[in-house]
Design a protein around this ligand. Sequence first.
Ligand code: NDP
Length: 320
Amino acid sequence: MILKTSTVKSKVPQGSNAVLIKNLYLSCDPYMRWRMSKPNPQSYSTSFTPGSVINGYGVGKVVDSGHPDFKAGDLVSGVTGWEEYSLVPTPEALIKIKDTDIPLSNYTGILGMPGLTAYAGFHEVCSPKKGETVYVSAASGAVGQLVGQFAKFMGCYVVGSAGSKEKVDLLKEKFGFDDAFNYKEEQDLSAALKRCFPEGIDIYFENVGGRMLDAVLLNMKLFGRIAVCGMISQYNLTQPEGVHNLFCLISKRLKMQGFLELDYKHTYPQFLEVVIQYIREKKLVYYEDVAQGLENAPAALVGLFSGRNVGKQLASSKGE
Ligand code: NDP
């Protein structure tokens, strides 16, 4: 992984359509781990090229522009590099940030890719109804904390799991989950779920995979839905774990659907309108974990896989 820490600003080359941005916030996301593996035809994203600057979602400020739609001073979000300044050759893919009364860092999370994942994944894939029971794994993270709150807005009974007491307390006391448990302290995950959902689970928002998914399958209600958002417990394994209880899909007539945030990109403007309003009304609680400085971004990314982050992990880039 290469990080450029040069503070030298270059200019956009004459005649180019590119924009030069000063990166302000860089998003640390679990999918970036896949991109560090060899190219895989099953993956939906390309692998990083060894020796190149890694790229990912971020927020920046335009400092020079060869594109008629962008000018110096514009704030933008989109794919950028893990470096202080990035020359973006296709600025059409950047989104201009108009609502600047919201903290800019929020555009890497609640108002960015993880936010849309939570919003579309819950509302479109889970087909929730008032009064249903909802379980969210990795519940205190970027996506999970929002899914839980959207589910509460719908009038659902919501339980989350996370990997520390601090996170479990957050789920119950700040994010409004009805109940929560520390999965690391449970010998028998299925028994923990049975305790929280004696009548079973209508909706499972899957972020973790592996033995968690197996335990959930045993506790789903008839005609339940599983939205497969991610399987973070598998990303560092050379050989993914097997799932043993898939027969429950048949016996319980379950629907299990994977999805990508990319599928819902067209809904971003509408999503932004709704969620910005929630933020302004202080209806949503949102936790961020900000690593200070580009040089601390790699450790922050690695920390996602041991649960070091509390809330959405990002890194701030120092400077102007
Ligand atoms: P988080 O902010 O939730 O950070 C990752 C968290 O996962 C960690 O804090 C840790 O929390 C938990 N975790 C790490 N390793 C394990 C493990 N082995 N078993 C159980 N939990 C683990 O990340 P995001 O909210 O950004 O992402 C959550 C999931 O959503 C990921 O699987 C990601 O790949 C997926 N995703 C999918 C998208 C899509 O388009 N489908 C888009 C965005 C994200 P803890 O302390 O609780 O263990």
